[in-house]
Design a protein around this ligand. Structure first.
Ligand SMILES: [Zn+2]
Length: 272
């Protein structure tokens, strides 16, 4: 009984404080609340796009460099005066260092996609940090330091490792979903439908692991890339992720995708 009265009294006191709070202070309180979620989002958020009025978008390519396919993608991009961002695997960079040099020479950007593409939530923190560090080492001095988790798999815990190591996590706002045997027209349509200023698009110039041998070929993705570049050229500039980040404010989300062990176990690999 006494407690209830006390509670009621407290509620009334709080209400009267609220009533007595001048509007300017209420605004300040609201702002402070927003600021409270600002810092965690800055630290633990994942960049999925950029808030900008500029008609610019970033095309990104994962799982390379590949000795045959990556040069084909570079040719298509450069034929259209476009720049791309390549999220590279350390193991492949070690094998084909000249491709890294070729990408950078063309004015494209590079990012860290781990050493050999494990799903990060499925490995230990120590191994996650090794994966990021080793890939970063073969990439050389790269700025800004951009990291994309393999398969886009991430938990709040696995998000901490790139944070400790100083890598910004970048995923995407549009997935080309170019790993399931879709034709060029379908992949291009999916991208063009979603495209808006500040979009980050996911594509693959290689597939480290795949569901079926038929999906390994990059013909459809190359075709889709040409279609997108041709049909959106009058509306958008195709810039690198670092350039896009300079054109506005990064859009950050709490990106959680724990990954599915049963799905990952079905994937094939060209590596033996
Ligand atoms: Zn990948």
């Amino acid at each position: 009984m006494l407690t209830i009265e006390h509670d009621n009294g407290l509620v009334q006191v709080l209400r009267s404080i609220k009533r007595a709070t001048p509007p300017g202070w209420r605004r300040r309180l609201r702002r402070a609340q927003r600021a409270g979620s600002y810092l965690p989002r800055q630290l633990l958020g994942t960049i999925t796009g950029v808030k900008t009025e500029e008609p610019a978008v970033a095309l990104t390519f994962d799982d390379g460099p590949h000795p045959v396919q990556t040069p084909q993608f570079l040719e298509v991009l450069e034929a259209h005066g476009a720049r791309g961002t390549f999220f590279l695997l350390g193991e492949s960079v070690r094998r084909y260092p000249e491709l890294l040099a070729r990408i950078v020479r063309g004015g494209h950007a590079i990012g860290n996609h781990s050493w050999d593409h494990p799903s990060f939530p499925a490995i230990s923190a120590r191994e996650r940090r090794r994966q990021i560090r080793e890939c970063g080492r073969v990439l050389g001095g790269v700025h800004p330091k951009l990291f994309r988790p393999p398969y886009g798999d991430q938990t709040l815990v696995s998000r901490l490792d790139p944070l400790w190591l100083g890598w910004k996590v970048v995923t995407w706002s549009i997935s080309g979903t170019d790993w399931r045997g879709d034709n060029a027209e379908n992949i291009a349509a999916r991208i063009l439908q979603g495209l808006r200023p500040g979009s980050i698009v996911l594509l693959h110039d290689a597939l480290f692991r795949y569901e079926d041998d038929r999906f390994v070929s990059r013909e459809a993705t190359l075709g889709a890339l040409a279609l997108v570049l041709e049909s959106a050229a009058d509306r958008y500039r195709f810039v690198t992720v670092p350039e896009l980040l300079r054109l506005g404010r990064p859009q950050r989300e709490f990106w959680v995708q724990p990954g599915r062990a049963d799905y990952l176990a079905t994937l094939k690999s060209g590596e033996t």
